[in-house]
Design a protein around this ligand. Structure first.
Ligand SMILES: N[C@H](CCC[C@H](N)C(=O)O)C(=O)O
Length: 269
């Protein structure tokens, strides 16, 4: 099996061609993504040409419906393979529905993707009976935060310094039983230069250098709380992403991606 590696702002993915890849199980995916005993990546994407679609697996072998940076890396891969051209938009199937994508430039490779329409229905996030309105997880009562679906579950917390949060603190929120499928957790601060600083603890991974849907969720939450308007720039530990929102509320994520190289691996079934 051939694996090709890409990264978008340091969120890195192994991409396997779905038409040639043998069936790989979650344990094999976790082994390939292991940073010490495998190739190392935040996730593995099974890419298909006909119809254009991607399937995302997290580093720990769990499945996720959507991934903003993974979709940007998929677009880069599809362009390199000649599956798509740079002159028009395409629709890509994901586990959370179809998404439009546009290539902005090829050297460096920059594309814009639809990350998702925020869904504020609390029932997507929790089975707990709640009052209508923006979901604020009750166990986070001391912090300015909200939880909603944006392709995958997100909880955005505004904090004085995202860098000082421990993995333990983040994991406690991300795996809290209040959330029926867990949640990605985005720690956010408005910088003096107007950018949003975002550090994301991802479900199935841990801290990542960037999270595309997390950048969008953070920007949407910042606009709701009146912290900064959209469009905005999101500074992740691994680079800069741009987020805007279309009139239909679809979040549009723009950023760079880099092709790293390929590896051949024998998967024993
Ligand atoms: N890194 C991704 C999100 C992956 C989602 C995953 N960690 C989950 O929800 O299980 C992004 O750029 O949007």
């Amino acid at each position: 099996m051939i694996l090709e590696k890409y990264q978008g702002c340091g969120n890195d993915f192994l991409i396997a061609d779905g038409s040639r890849t043998p069936v790989i199980d979650p344990q094999q995916i976790a082994a390939l993504c292991d940073r010490h005993r495998g190739f190392g990546a935040d996730g593995l994407i099974i890419a298909r040409r006909d119809p254009l679609s991607m399937e995302l697996w997290n580093q720990d072998g769990t499945r996720a419906g959507m991934c903003g940076n993974g979709l940007r890396c998929f677009v880069h891969h599809a362009y390199r393979k000649g599956w798509i051209q740079a002159d028009r938009p395409y629709r890509i199937g994901t586990g959370d529905g179809l998404r439009s994508v546009w290539i902005c430039s090829t050297e460096p490779f920059i594309c814009q993707v639809e990350a998702g329409i925020p869904d504020f229905d609390a029932k997507r996030m929790t089975n707990q009976p709640l009052l209508p309105g923006l979901l604020h997880a009750p166990f986070l009562s001391q912090q300015q935060s909200c939880s909603f679906w944006l392709g995958v579950p997100h909880t955005v917390l505004f904090t004085a310094d995202p860098e000082v949060i421990s993995a333990e603190q983040a994991r406690t929120i991300g795996r809290h039983p209040f959330f029926k499928e867990g949640t990605n957790v985005d720690f956010v601060r408005l910088k003096e230069n107007g950018e949003l600083q975002v550090r994301t603890w991802e479900r199935g991974v841990g801290w990542t250098l960037a999270c595309g849907t997390g950048a969008c969720a953070s920007a949407v939450a910042a606009a709701i709380f009146g912290i900064c308007p959209l469009p905005c720039k999101v500074r992740c530990p691994g680079g800069l992403l741009q987020v805007k929102q279309a009139p239909d509320k679809q979040c549009l994520l723009t950023g760079p991606s880099v092709y790293i190289g390929k590896a051949e691996v024998k998967v024993c079934g």
